[in-house]
Design a protein around this ligand. Structure first.
Ligand code: SAM
Length: 224
């Protein structure tokens, strides 16, 4: 059975779309999408040999070779322009996701939806989207095995975000998503932890860092 996180990602795929899952690893999302009948065809991209072989093995064990096309390559280089309508990039750091999107920008012209699930640095992803002709259409936050996961769904459009929206998500904030309080609390505790670790440090750099963290903590408390 597919995890809650991967299941939730699949829910944001519209019926009948042609999907590329970049960094597919086990290819569980592509397999779920075609076996559920939601889509006919998925491209699973992988840059590393180990996960690439796992994807091929899982797909052939299910007899889905004609519907899940496992391709080896870096980021969006595995898809042709206009080939897919939805791109999923999940389970990677926000910086890596931005790198893949920026490097493959020319492949995104016909894409109608991005489904992104950054592990950290979601603000970098939202900033990139806003600056590159994408607007955030839906957002989700879920807890699995005591970890919080963010999902960002974007479609072509125009938007500009405040600092608050960049870090915590315009839609999550608007909806007052129940798990947002948990996320804010975690961020406050993170700032407090670093502040405590700086207690015994002297010098200008430590002082500067302390001021910065105090400011962040106050800001987080206001957002909350
Ligand atoms: N997407 C799956 C998920 O959410 O469960 C797998 C996440 S796994 C932690 C990240 C995968 O992305 C790894 O299998 C890694 O090889 C792959 N990856 C990292 N950078 C990549 C890139 N530039 N292009 C394609 N795959 C990449």
């Amino acid at each position: 059975k597919i995890s809650k996180r991967l299941g939730r990602i699949s829910e944001y795929v519209p019926f009948g779309s042609v999907v590329a899952d970049i960094g597919s690893d086990h290819a569980l999302v592509p397999i779920q999408l075609v076996t559920s009948g939601k889509v006919n065809r998925v491209i699973a991209g992988e840059v590393n040999d180990g996960p690439f072989q796992t994807a091929i093995a899982n797909v052939s064990r299910m007899g889905l070779q004609h519907r899940v096309d496992v391709r080896k390559g870096d980021g969006l280089e595995v898809v042709k322009e206009g080939e897919v309508s939805v791109v999923i990039i999940a389970g990677m750091g926000g910086g890596t996701i931005v790198h893949i999107l920026a490097a493959g920008r020319n492949k995104l012209s016909g894409v109608e939806r991005l489904i992104l699930q950054p592990q950290g640095d979601a603000d970098r992803v939202r900033l990139w989207l806003g600056e590159n002709g994408w607007m955030i259409y839906e957002e989700d936050l879920l807890m699995e095995d005591e970890l919080l996961y963010e999902i960002i769904v974007a479609e072509p459009g125009v938007q500009s975000l405040t600092k608050e929206e960049e870090e915590f998500g315009p839609i999550l904030l608007r909806k007052s998503h129940p798990l947002l309080q948990v996320k804010l609390q975690q961020e406050i505790e993170k700032a407090e932890r670093v502040l405590r670790s700086l207690e015994r440090s002297n010098g200008e750099a430590a002082e500067k860092k302390r001021k910065e963290l105090e400011r962040r903590k106050n800001w987080l408390q206001e957002v909350k």
